[in-house]
Structures are given as C-alpha cells and as structure tokens.
Write a protein that binds this ligand. Structure first.
Ligand code: CIR
Length: 252
C-alpha cells in the first residue's frame, strides 16, 4: 500500500512546457483546480501528500514522475531525456532522500520515469525519445541488485511507454493494440484498449483503486474485470501538455 505521494503545484508558466499535441490553449486556473482534485483523490485513498512549490523556469516540473523511480527498497533519481527538464531533479532528490536510499542514472544515460513501471519483481523500461539504451542499462543494473528483472520495450512513436502500456493490478496489463503482443508482456492478462481510447492506457493503480481519465467508457467497462473501484478524473489541462495521470505524482 502506498503511504505518500510527492506532487508539485503547476507553475504559472506551465503552458510553455513541451507538448506535441494540440487540444487548445491550456488554462491556469483550471489546471490548478484539476491538480487539487487529483491530490484530494490520492488523499482520500489514504496517501499523505507532499506537495512541492512550483519550480520557476521549469514549466514541466509538476510532472514529477519523470524525475525518479520509487521502489520499496530505494529511489532512483533519473536523468530526464529533455534538456529543459534536467534542472527539476535536485529538489526531488532532496525530498526523496528524506525517505529512501538514493541511486542515480548518470549521463550519457537518460531515463524518464514515464518510461518505467514495475509489477512485483519485474521492471518494464521503454526505449523512447527520452530514455536511451544506456539509461535503461544503468536502471536494469541497479534494480537487479534488489532482485528485479527488466524487460526493454521499444516505443517507436509518442512520448513514453506509459502512454501505451500500464500495469493495472491483479496480473493485468492495459495496453494499445500496438503493444498487446509484445513478448515481454505475455505472462500477463492483457486488456487491449478500444480504438480511440488509447489515452486511457495511463490508468493509475493506487491502493486497490483505479484512477482513470474521464471520457473513456469502453475502457471503464473493460476494467470492471479487475473488480476494483474505479475513479474518473478530468485532466484536460495536463493532457494539453502531453501529460497523463501517472505523471503528476511519485507514489510510495
Ligand atoms: C514533457 O514533454 O516532458 C511534458 N510536457 C509531459 C511529461 C509527461 N510525463 C509523463 O508522461 N510521465
């Protein structure tokens, strides 16, 4: 069970972060309200929220997930793949050091937390625009010391692995058709997202509850097989900035 979530309030400059999508102009008051709701949902699931102040000049810094991978045994500080995001790391390192032993991914290795998830003792690492093979190699080496295996999954387009593939608990992976037959996933039960609902792949498992973005009825129906309560959330503004639900917290 998770006890804590690190989050960060979006800064006034959040709309100048990196994005590849065009869903319209992001609204600051609205993202603040949606971020507040996100934190409240986590709080209601029993997590203590450690909310950090906005980080000036780092408009993507509320996507805290990309800066670290937090495991029961330790936290691995990443070296984010986008240059404009590397400066987000020191404040996250300072916070996580209060809770966990720390290891680090170092250059030339790059890793974004959005490319990484683990289920029990297995890690899955996306090789993407942000996470390179050297970063994945360092990560695999670190987690192996704690008894974890790692599988690499190439992400040919899009941002991160977790835009397409996520572990949703009880042996189930939620993924797009593109990854459904990937050999690394074949020990799992696979739920394939319906066409047009790919964004719902980024569904967040927290303390036996599933938190999913609003507006994906087929996915919601399919997830009922897990017999877990499902909470939906409107995260329209973070989506405009290429973000999704897992990105906005580090849970441990
Ligand atoms: C970026 O491009 O880095 C941010 N605008 C979005 C990061 C989303 N993070 C995530 O999926 N873990």
């Amino acid at each position: 069970m998770f006890k804590y979530a690190i989050t960060r309030t979006p800064g006034k400059d959040f709309a100048s972060g990196i994005t590849t999508v065009d869903f319209g102009k992001p609204n600051y008051q609205l993202i603040l309200a949606q971020h507040e709701n996100y934190k409240n949902i986590l709080k209601n699931l029993g997590l203590q929220i450690i909310n950090l102040e906005p980080l000036d000049a780092f408009p993507d810094s509320y996507f805290v997930e990309d800066t670290a991978i937090v495991m029961p045994e330790l936290a691995i500080i990443t070296n984010p793949g986008a240059d404009s995001r590397k400066g987000e790391v020191p404040t996250i390192r300072a916070e996580l050091s209060k809770h966990k032993e720390i290891e680090e991914i170092i250059a030339p290795g790059t890793v974004d937390g959005g490319d990484v998830f683990f289920a029990d003792k297995r890690f899955f690492v996306g090789i993407s625009k942000r996470t390179n093979e050297e970063g994945a190699r360092q990560l695999s080496h670190i987690v192996k010391k704690y008894g974890y295996t790692s599988s690499l999954i190439t992400v040919p387009s899009g941002l991160h692995l977790k835009c397409f593939v996520n572990y949703v608990g009880r042996g189930y992976i939620l993924t797009t058709e593109e990854f459904a037959n990937h050999e690394a996933l074949q020990d799992y039960k696979i739920i394939v997202l319906a066409k047009g609902e790919e964004y719902a792949s980024n569904t967040l498992l927290v303390n036996n509850h599933l938190i999913m973005p609003e507006g994906f009825p087929k996915t919601m129906e399919a997830l009922k097989v897990l017999e877990m309560p499902i909470i939906t959330i409107n995260n329209s503004e973070c989506r405009k900035m290429d973000g999704a639900l897992t990105c906005m917290s580090l849970r441990f």
